[in-house]
Every structure is written in structure tokens, then in C-alpha cells.
Design a protein around this ligand. Sequence first.
Ligand SMILES: [Zn+2]
Length: 575
Amino acid sequence: MLIETIKVDINVKNIMFKRVIKLQKYFLFFGLGVFLTNCDTSFNLADSTTTDFSISVEKVLHEHISILASDEYGGRAPATPGEVKTIEYLRDNFIDLGVGPGNGDSYFQSVAVTEIITKSDAVMNIEGEVYEATLAYGRDMMVGTQQQVPELNVSGADLVFVGYGIVAPEYEWNDYAALDVRDKTVVILVNDPGYATQNENLFNGNAMTYYGRWTYKFEEAARQGAAAALIVHETGPAGYGWEVVNSSWSGPQIGLEAENLNRDRTKIEGWLTKESALSIFDGAGLDYEALKTNASVRGFQATPIGDVKLSVSIENSIRNSTSQNVIAAIPGTTRPNESVIYTAHWDHLGVNPELNGDNIFNGAADNATGTAGLLALAQLHMQKDRPERTIVFLAVTAEESGLLGSKWYAEHPIFPIETTVANINMDNLNTFGRMRDVVVVGAGSSELEIYLEDAVLAQGRYIMPEPNPERGYYYRSDHFNFAKVGVPALYAESGEDSIDYGREWGAAQAQEYTDNRYHAPGDEYDPNWDLSGASEDINLYFEITNVLANSLDFPQWFDGNEFKAVREFSIAERQ
Ligand SMILES: [Zn+2]
């Protein structure tokens, strides 16, 4: 995931450059462990300042990133030799740091993964009294499935337009009210009514709620028992063009292995191009745009799409494999059942043998940086007194395939979810030097932001809300799976307001990365990276965790947040 692509233009006044010197304690043992031989001899333990702290964390990060992102690790794809190297490297480093295993006596948690490839010759037929159409895979529609079975078909199913397809009690919203969609195909709009109307009092206004994500739409359709679910693609509210739907839905789709083979999901999940949707609605004598407008008004009634019926069948090839989350923990002294959990995904995209030249996706920024961050944080926490609560370091697998390792953990937690105090996630740390601003993805979610603010102000930096909240980035990295089970989760990192070179420069660096290196073989480690900003961010996470791990607090979701209800349910279990 990436937030650095976002361009912002703001004026910030009265920025303080005060830096806090309170980190001496961390240096008592700094340089011990595996990095001893790599320490710069000019490094002076007695002269412990914030700058030294930064330099030290930077060194640690450089060392780990250079190894994890080396060609030898083959782009760290799950279930490849690159995985074995990566997870052993992490385990060995946790052992060297004296951080114990997080899963009983093991540093690993197995994650069973299933790969589904849907054949691209799927055809969709729409048939009514007066209207008939055949939609082509890729051009007019995309279809796939979560069901882990070789063949699926839906034949002659009624089509029902369910608006945004949302059931949200906290917004008094139910698009499925008094509706039975069993054996039917639901047609759904992307994003949510708040975005559609830009009405701040509807959902979260312009900012996307989870109800706006396509993953939610399919989950809800399944809960309602629909046979198939199709989302109408529109570039604005989706946040990306049809080509992104086309490319990300074709080829292997990786999910968690499910005992019930995901038989409780709709048989067919997919997308219609806007053109296809317009044609179908038109063919059924309905005005798509008018219905869309109605759909963003509370009390909207779902409506059958004329007499048209849908038939589609797909064939899948299926393959199972196993990957590992890596987990280490510093057990709490007085309340070991309560935990603060750091996450970062260790996986990346591996090797593409069909590419000429450099075909290794090293994933240096994405996410050797965050993985290295876990080790740096483990090292820092080991230099403090043992915390009252347990601190967990979780390096998850298969983020790039859909946040799977974190999903597995959230569904098979090792430390109880109801007493997991907070999750702090790292994905793609800043490699461009110190930034004045700290961007909070999903700003306004939980009280963790109050703890963050204290730490940010102490660094003389300032907090920036996420500039494009309508894109739903909060739902696109591993912390989201913790949020989904109710654990307050923080995803915050350096923005683009470079202390040395200004905002324009910072934005240009981020854009260059997005254009040339993001998810490309060019995401390589560079020894010239300035990791001073990443080191400052790590210090923020460290500060927040130190406070939380030694307090009785359970930070809450803010009122109106879509994850508050599930947390309250689990709080009831805690008591
Ligand atoms: Zn990525």
C-alpha cells in the first residue's frame, strides 16, 4: 500500500523544529547483538542525543533492508525459497535480540493459502423479453469466485439493483430491508452514499467508510444469500480505472484455505463496466442515473431490474499451499494477556520469469522497510524494562495477495482479540529523509490518534489528516484486519513536507517512486537512502507502545466509527 502518491497543497504556519532529547536510555545496549560488527566506530555511546538515536536506528534499518531486499531473497514471494530465507532471517534475529517466540515455543504461525485461477473464457448472458446481451470477460465484465471449487454456475437468475448494498445500523441504513435475494443476482454501486452526495452528515462524507469498499459489498451479498453479486464500475467512486479491475481480477487469485470451501460466499463475484450496466438498465426500461440518485437517499428501496435474467458459468483451477506468519513477543510482567501488536508484511511479489532483464521484485521499500522496522522496534523495546503488557511483533505473509496473513491472524489470534489493546502497522517506511508532517491514514478513527499526537508534538512535527480519504487507503493494509475484529489500529507515517527540501520536493520523490518503482523490479535497496525520517516514525510507534504497554488504558474507536460496535461486543467478553 502506498500513501506517498497523494499530492497535497497546504500552508502550515508556526512549525516547530524542537527535537526532544530523552532517548539516552535506549543507548545503554545499543550496538549489541547481530549488528555489533557493522557499527560505525565513531559512534559515541556517551554522547546520546536524539540524533544518535536516529543514526543508530537508521543503521539497523539499512542493515536489515539491504539483506531482505537482496536478490538472494528472490522478492520474498510466499511459498517460495525466498520465504524460507526471509522467515528464518526474522526468527534468527528475534533470537539474537532475546525476544521470545510468539506462538507457544514457535516463531511461526502457518497460514494455509488457496490459489484459484478462473478461466478467461467465461461468458455472461443477460436475457429478457425484449433485451438480450452477451457480455465478454475482460471487455464488458469480470467474474471470479471465493468458492474453492472447480465449477460454478448461475442460471436464469433474477437481477436486483440494491443501490450501495449496505447494511449499517449505526447510519440507520439497510439496502436489503424486506428483501429476499436468495438465488438472485444483486447489482451494486461502488463507494458509499456519503461520497456520492458529498454530504458530510451522510456516512463519513467524502471519506470512504468500509461500506464503500468492494470487499464489503461481496461480504454483505453473501450474508444476504445472493447467488451472484456484480458491482458497477465507475472510475471516480472506485478510485481507479477499468484496467485495474481487469488486471487484478485476471490470473491467480489467492485466498485463505477454507474448511467449508467458502460455500457461504456468493457463487459468482464480479464487476460490470459502466457501459454494460447502462445497457442492461436501459434494456430493462430503467434509468440508471435516476436509480443511482435514489440509492443515496435513506430509505431507498431495492428494485428488480425489469424481467432480465442472468446466466454465467465459470471454471477454476485450484492449488493449495502453506506460508508462515512470523511472530515474536516480549511477555508482559503483570498483564501478559493484554497486548500491543506491531505488524508489517514481510512478503512481496517474487520473480516474474517472463520479464527480460531484471525480473526480481525486491520490494525494498515495500515492505523490507517495515519488516526491518519490526526488528528495530524489538531491539529498542528490549533495552527498556519489561513492559506490564505483552508487546507482539508480527511479520505477516501474503499482504500483496489481499492482506491474507493478517486476516489469518485476526481469525486465529494467538493473543486474545478482546485484550489486544492496539495494532500499529508499518507498510512502506519513508526513505526520503525527515518530514515535518505525519499523515494519519483513516484520520478520526480512534483514540490512538491522541497518543500519536502527543508523540508527534514532542518531535516538533505536526499531524496531517489523510489528503484523499475517499480512496479508502485505511482498508488496504494489514492493520485493517485488526480493525475489522474491533482492535483499534493505527496507520500513520511520514508525509511529504521535507524538512530539508520542502513539500514540492517531497511530493516529487514520492511520485517518482510511484511511477518508476512501486510494485516494479526497480524497488531496490539504495545505500544512499535517507532513513532519518523512518527512524523518527519508528520512534513515534515506540513511544506510543511504551505508554500503552505500561498503562491500564484501552483506547476506543471514536463515535460513529464502523468498527466501534464489534469492539464493544468484544469488550463485553473481556469483562
Ligand atoms: Zn505492495
